[in-house]
Ligand binder design. Structure first.
Ligand SMILES: [Zn+2]
Length: 195
């Protein structure tokens, strides 16, 4: 199991060395326990590698005769960019057109976490999510939109601080039918749904 491997090779000594190389003093008060804390934080932020989609779904698929669009919007996510290991975060909107099955609504944010808690790029996160929902549910189509801000852009002064990036992945009917795509976009853009 990967977990026990982690215990044999804790990240804390590496982080202590990293602090030294950054010309910090790992022995000073505020930093004494930082390597252990950062170790835990990094493992949590990459825990998606150790998740399994079938375990997450765990039978929460339900047969229906329903064929209208299902939309789960504004799913908050936090990820780490694989180029700088800095956070990027934002919201993801997922929609699908059921063929025979729907999935428990709470499962979709958990699948988002599974892909977000890894080293990622926004484009791949968006694609992997769409493809996984396609594989698990076999719907008529899937649409995923991801709206994110990247600390590597915001903090390093590369781009304007408020710049964000949007990515989308459209499969099946969402790719082929403009009306389906438009319906999804209209639902996502309808901000004041009043709940
Ligand atoms: Zn980056």
């Amino acid at each position: 199991m990967i977990d026990s491997q982690f215990e044999e090779q804790p990240l804390a000594p590496l982080i202590r060395e990293l602090l030294e190389r950054l010309e910090e003093d790992p022995q000073r008060d505020g930093l004494v326990r930082t390597p252990e804390r950062a170790d835990k934080a990094l493992r949590f932020l990459t825990s998606g590698y150790r998740m399994d989609v079938h375990r997450i779904v765990n039978g929460a698929l339900f047969e229906v005769k329903y064929d209208a669009m299902v939309v789960v919007k504004d799913i908050e996510f936090f990820s780490l960019c694989e180029h700088h290991m800095l956070p990027f975060f934002g919201r993801i909107h997922v929609a699908y057109l059921p063929r025979k099955k729907v999935i428990g609504l709470s499962k979709i944010p958990r699948i988002v976490d599974m892909f977000a808690r890894r080293l990622q790029i926004q484009e791949r996160l968006t694609q992997e999510l769409a493809q996984t929902i396609q594989e698990v549910l076999d719907p008529v189509g899937v649409g995923v939109i991801c709206d994110a801000k990247h600390f590597c852009m915001m903090m390093r002064g590369v781009e304007k601080q408020h710049s964000g990036a949007m990515t989308s992945a459209m499969l099946g009917a969402f790719r082929e039918q403009k009306e389906t795509r438009d319906e999804f976009l209209a639902l996502v853009n309808h901000r004041n749904s009043g709940y």
